[in-house]
Ligand binder design. Structure first.
Ligand code: FAQ
Length: 315
């Protein structure tokens, strides 16, 4: 069939809300965009375990420690579902991980900031997971079937994460003056980087136009960012805290909050590898990958052995 016909059938399916499945014909650029986004999403989940893992041994109580361990473990699971979804597009997991370790693939800018106090665990849950959820709820309806289905489960777990983060901050916000100050300080440090998670502004988002046409993304970076600001500007009142933006103001005409300009220079600097923790995060990942080599080898040897044994049984 001529390429133009294949492309038309493909776009008609997307427009009719039919999911694209691994064996369906798809334009190479659609495949590439999905591999890029899904694998970067997976890398973010895996690297995202590091800032929180940092607090597991220092959580203030056994209950908080158990909750944090469960959350970090959930993030590992999300990474694995996402690698599996990306693999259905024909790129191996080894290749994706190699791209991360050699710096070819990106991961979310947010995980290059340090978690300095216990209140950061609350701020990460509330703001970082909060931002992640808004984006991921949209992705439950993304056009590539395996990605959309992975997202449904991830979103269920992520909404717990956000609530635990908010609850952690709520407790601190009702505590001593020192705890209140810790809570405000964490919000101040995580607010702007959380807004950057949604990506560059629409006018500079090189991938958005095609991703919207193909329904990989259903909302633009700026639309989701605005939705996040509107949500958090209300929730912060319940904590009795403030957001570090003098320009944050309800705009009745727009029916949205106005907010100040993001420091885009900082964003691109972090994306290019020069954020406060980029080097540390990649070092930790490379070390874990090297030290885990024997586990991968053992798992492969076991799988081989099992296959041979099962083969013998059939014979
Ligand atoms: N950081 O043209 P666009 C989580 C790159 S999961 C770094 O707008 P696109 C869970 C972008 O890749 C958080 N790079 O790109 C958790 C592109 O470069 P490329 C991760 C960024 O793809 C919580 C270039 O800039 N979530 O947090 C960022 O259409 C707590 C131009 O940008 C996802 O990955 C950034 N923030 O839109 C875990 C969701 N933003 O690739 C642990 C899925 C943009 O062409 C603890 N991803 N770039 O070289 C998406 O929805 C999209 O990829 C966007 C970016 C919206 C992130």
């Amino acid at each position: 069939m001529p390429l133009a016909d294949l492309e038309k059938i493909f776009q008609d399916k997307i427009d009719a809300e039919v999911k694209i499945e691994p064996k369906d014909w798809m334009p190479e650029a659609y495949r590439k965009t999905n591999v890029r986004q899904i694998s970067q999403h997976a890398h973010s989940e895996i690297i995202g375990m590091l800032p929180e893992g940092n607090w597991i041994s220092r959580a203030p109580s056994l209950k908080r420690k158990a909750i944090l361990i469960a959350k970090v473990q959930d993030e590992a699971g999300h990474g694995l579902y996402l690698y599996s979804a990306a693999e259905t597009l024909g790129t191996s997991r080894e290749q994706m991980i190699d791209d991360l370790l050699t710096g070819k693939a990106k991961y979310s800018s947010i995980f290059n900031y340090p978690t300095l106090t216990w209140a950061d665990m609350g701020a990460v849950g509330w703001l970082v997971d909060g931002a992640a959820i808004l984006n991921q709820v949209m992705l439950c309806r993304t056009s590539y079937g395996p990605y959309a289905r992975a997202m449904v489960r991830i979103c269920k777990e992520e909404s717990f994460h956000q609530r635990q983060g908010f609850e952690t901050l709520l407790v601190l916000s009702k505590g001593t003056d020192e705890q209140k100050a810790m809570c405000q300080d964490a919000i101040n440090r995580w607010w702007w980087p959380s807004l950057m998670m949604f990506g560059p502004k629409d006018s500079e988002s090189v991938n958005s136009d095609m991703s919207i046409k193909w329904k990989i993304k259903r909302k633009t970076n700026d639309e989701l960012r605005q939705q996040f600001v509107d949500m958090i500007a209300e929730q912060v009142k319940l904590l009795g805290m403030t957001l570090p933006d003098p320009n944050l103001k309800w705009n009745a005409a727009r029916n949205h909050y106005d907010f100040g300009e993001i420091n885009w220079e900082e964003f691109w600097n972090v994306v290019k590898g020069n954020g406060p923790c980029n080097r540390k995060r990649m070092e930790a990942r490379r070390k874990a990958h090297e030290e885990g080599a024997w586990v991968r080898e053992a798992a492969m040897a076991y799988a081989e052995k099992k296959k041979t044994r099962e083969g013998r049984k059939v014979a």
